[in-house]
Design a protein around this ligand. Sequence first.
Ligand code: MN
Length: 259
Amino acid sequence: MALDEYKRKRDFTKSPEPAGKTTRKSPPGRTPRFFCVQKHLASHLHYDLRLEHNGVLLSWAVPKGPALDPATKRLAMHVEDHPIEYGEFEGVIPEGYGAGIVMLWDRGTWTPEMDDVDAALEKGDLKFTLDGYKLKGSWVLVRTKGGAKWSSGGADRSWLLIKHRDEWSGELDIAEFAPLSVKSEGDFADILAKDDPDVWRSNRPAKGGDTGKLFERIIAQAVKMRTERSEGKELSEGSSRSSRASASSGTKRPSAKKR
Ligand code: MN
C-alpha cells in the first residue's frame, strides 16, 4: 500500500496530521490535478512539494525551496507518499516525526506534460505545469545520476527541481517575496499562536527533554523569521519611498526637501 511508510512513521494519537482515509481516483493523462507546497519549519526549514497521482500525494522535500530562475537547480529529496487530505494541512506537529510547524505555502493544480506519469517517474524525468498562487508555468523534476530508481525506494532519493524558461521564470526570490500561508495568510508564528496560545505567550515549549529543546529552537526561529521580515519590509518600504520622493518634487518629506 502506498501510504504504509507514511503511517509507519507517525503516531496519530500524538500528531494532528491526517491519517489518510480518503482515496480518490486521480485523473489520467494531461489533466490538471491537485498540488501543494508546504513550508515546514522542523529541525531544518524546508519546502515539501506534493503532486497528486494515483490517489496519493507524491512528495519531495526541497531544502531551499523552489526557484523561479532556470539556472538554479534545487535539490529535491523524494520522500514517502502522503494522503490526499494532507494537501490542506497546516498546523503544529508537537512531537515525533516531522515535529515542528507546517504552513500551506502554495496550492493549486499541476498538469503532467506527458501522457504516462508512471513511466516518467520510472525514467526520472517528470515535466509538468503548475497553476498555483505563487508557482506557475513549466517545471521539471529530474532524478540525479546517483538517485535510486523510483520503484526501488532505495537510499539515495535525490532529484532536482528546475524551472523551465517561460513567462513565469525570472530572478525573483519567490520564497522571500511571498513567505506567508495561502490558507491562513499568516506566518509560522501565527500558526503556532493559533494552535497553542499558551506556548506562544510564554515562548516555552510544553514538553521538556529533546522534544522541548527542539521546540525551543523552532519557536525562536519562528520569532526570528517574523522579526527579519518586518525589518526587511521597513527597509524596502523606506527605500521605495525615498526613491519615489527623489523622483517627485511635491513631497513633504524633509529629507527630500534638502536635496
Ligand atoms: Mn517536511
